[in-house]
Design a protein around this ligand. Structure first.
Ligand SMILES: [Zn+2]
Length: 318
């Protein structure tokens, strides 16, 4: 299973610090290369376990409109289905999403100033993804949700104006159009949060209620979920239970590991793609994930994709 986020020739300042953009011509080359080596499958085939010899599912996260404008027509051309995991906070109106705000702020002020403004400590991170990992991932849910407003007040920003300026996101009324391109909608939490910070009340809002919201928007059942930032550290018992009880049938991580042959879910690994040349794709999609899974096995770290729904007594994170 592979993952893309956003398509642009030159990613703008709201995106360029996040490392998530793929140029359209690179995506076209990827699809051509992939179509010769894999059988594209949809979520139905994955859920039924009815998979061809070399199955590949293409997924997208977040809610960038470039997925509809640029990627979806190319997918249709190659008869490649997809799953697009959406967050209401990203596709809704209002403030610019936190990830894009931080990318823009790093361009304006530098990472050190952004980090010390948020943490009130001396800076130590060298990239924005590292800052997310070290400082944002473990932040309490309430502060995380208030962080954009806090930064806006400290740095005198208009979050709605920044959103309008970016022009980056899918609108509510465009979501149903994804189906015409064979793209199914999945759940990516309401606020695009690290799920380890959610208690069961917050998990209800972020996961269960958000699933219903997306189903109303796209007019179809939402059957799958992907963890924002993709880490297995976010697959806590609380989240596992909320996902199971709300009828999510496939759960996607981004740890670049192998999904064992014959595996039937519900947890699936994905490999994140950006602008790699096709000469490196086999290494990225197959070789390195296999090596990582082997290394995990030698270290006694269980492959989370081999896990079924968590037992109440166990911990969801492997
Ligand atoms: Zn995301």
């Amino acid at each position: 299973v592979i993952l893309y986020h956003h398509f642009a020739v030159h990613p703008c300042r709201f995106v360029d610090q996040l490392g998530i953009a793929t140029p359209p011509d690179v995506f076209a080359a990827h699809l051509k290369w992939l179509s010769k080596r894999y059988d594209f499958v949809d979520l139905d085939a994955v859920l039924r376990g009815n998979l061809p010899k070399r199955p590949l599912l293409i997924t997208f996260d977040d809610g960038y409109r470039s997925v509809l404008d640029i990627a979806a027509p190319m997918l249709k051309e190659h008869r490649a289905p997809g799953v697009f995991f959406l967050s209401e906070r990203i596709i809704g109106d209002g403030a610019i999403p936190l990830d894009n705000l931080l990318s823009w702020l790093v361009n304006e002020h530098g990472l050190a100033k952004v980090e010390s403004t948020v943490t009130r400590n001396p800076p130590r991170c060298t990239t924005l993804p590292e800052f997310f990992d070290q400082c944002i991932a473990t932040m309490p849910y309430e502060r995380r949700n208030a962080l954009s407003a806090e930064l806006a007040s400290t740095l005198h920003l208009d979050l709605s104006a920044l959103r309008r300026e970016s022009g980056l996101y899918l609108r509510h009324d465009e979501v149903a159009r994804l189906h015409d391109f064979g793209v199914e909608v999945g759940n990516h939490t309401r606020s695009h949060v690290h799920c380890r910070s959610l208690d069961s009340a917050a998990a209800r809002v972020e996961i269960i209620e958000h699933k219903r919201f997306l189903e109303q928007l796209c007019g179809r059942p939402v059957r799958s979920f992907s963890f924002p930032y993709g880490s297995v550290a976010d697959a806590t018992i609380t989240i596992d239970r909320a996902l199971r009880e709300s009828g999510h049938e496939a759960i996607f991580l981004v740890e670049a590991r192998v999904n064992p042959r014959g595996h039937s879910g519900p947890y699936w690994h994905r490999v994140s793609m950006q602008a790699q040349p096709t000469s490196l794709l086999r290494r990225r999609i197959e070789v390195l994930p296999r090596l990582r899974s082997m290394r995990d096995g030698l270290r006694g770290r269980a492959n989370v994709a081999a896990r079924s729904w968590t037992m109440e007594s166990g911990h969801a994170a492997a």
